[in-house]
Write a new protein. Structure first.
Length: 114
């Protein structure tokens, strides 16, 4: 935890490799100081067939899932840093967004907690 899942049009991978995108997002997330670096997980789901605004337009949307406990300001800064990094990488892509969802501590469970 945390998880950053990137949904995007497959065409953007012609501009930058998946590895380059993962590395830049990892650095952007780590720069917030909100997470332990070894806990940051980033994945990419490229879509060959897609529509944005009713047309075939390139897009990037980051769905982030983090443990609850950060302030609204911290979450907003996280989104701004990630979207800013992606906008820098993809200046011609106008549909770039991110949202932050929180895991509830009371109901979160993983294997290490067994």
């Amino acid at each position: 935890m945390p998880h950053f899942i990137v949904d995007c049009s497959q065409e953007i991978l012609r501009q930058h490799s998946e590895e380059a995108i993962l590395a830049r997002l990892h650095r952007a997330v780590n720069s917030t100081g909100l997470f332990e670096e070894f806990d940051i997980k980033v994945r990419i789901h490229p879509f060959r067939i897609h529509a944005a605004g009713g047309a075939r337009e390139d897009f990037i949307h980051v769905f982030s899932y983090i443990m609850q406990g950060r302030t609204v300001e911290q979450r907003a800064d996280l989104s701004k840093r990630v979207v800013g990094e992606l906008a820098d990488m993809f200046p011609a892509v106008h549909r770039i967004a991110m949202n932050v969802m929180e895991f509830e501590k009371a109901t979160y469970f993983n294997r290490d907690m067994l």
